[in-house]
Write a protein that binds this ligand. Structure first.
Ligand SMILES: Cc1cc2nc3c(=O)[nH]c(=O)nc-3n(C[C@H](O)[C@H](O)[C@H](O)COP(=O)(O)O)c2cc1C
Length: 183
């Protein structure tokens, strides 16, 4: 089985809920960046051993949270030796507004993966964009480059829309499938 790690930050639990669904689909390990922007003990070693790294952050002010950015800057140590070269990468972000500039966050995650000379896995799920589509349809938020999810500003983490969680699970499954095909 492939070694997949979902490394993410979540300030208030919503992105954590999405990360859990991605990990469920991928059979992945969760690695949380804490409120100070640090990984737990052994976190860097866990990432070094991964075949695939899924990057996740909430969208704050149109980009990743500062805690995620601190992690990204700390990864420059790995970048110096290109220690993550040729690993698979994928990304996701959750925010309150349907658009909310989420794509800028996803672009940042992609850019980070490219700086590490990684290989990017897209969402690979067609958007639900016809008249019949409901909010709980798969990929209703309509990402292509990665997973985009939307939890309304007054929703608790337990209320992340079911269709978005379903999309997250399928996205995780796709990352696992791509990882498997490379072994
Ligand atoms: C500091 C801050 C900035 C935010 N900026 C945005 C934003 O640019 N676009 C958006 O749609 N939502 C924005 N939000 C809403 C969050 O993305 C949303 O509440 C999300 O679910 C938080 O995820 P978390 O619970 O994992 O921290 C912002 C929230 C905070 C606290």
């Amino acid at each position: 089985m492939s070694n997949i790690v979902v490394v993410f930050h979540s300030g208030y639990g919503h992105t954590h809920r999405v990360a859990q669904a991605v990990a469920e689909g991928a059979g992945a390990q969760l690695l949380a960046i804490d409120a100070d922007g640090n990984l737990p003990e052994g976190g860097w070693e866990t990432l070094a051993a991964a075949d695939a790294i899924v990057l996740g952050s909430p969208t704050y002010m149109g980009t990743v949270s500062w805690q995620f950015k601190k992690f990204a800057d700390a990864s420059s140590k790995v970048w110096y030796t290109q220690g993550w070269k040729d690993k698979l990468f994928a990304g996701f972000t959750n925010s309150a507004t349907m658009n909310g500039d989420k794509f800028a966050t996803l672009s940042y995650l992609w850019q980070l993966a490219m700086q590490h000379s990684g290989l990017w896995v897209s969402l690979g799920i067609m958007p639900s964009n016809n008249k019949a589509a409901t909010r709980d349809a798969v990929n209703y938020v309509g990402g292509y480059g990665g997973l985009l999810t939307t939890s309304p500003s007054d929703a608790s983490p337990a209320e992340v829309p079911a269709g978005d969680l379903d999309t997250a699970r399928r996205f995780g499954e796709r990352v696992a499938e791509v990882a498997r095909s490379r072994r």
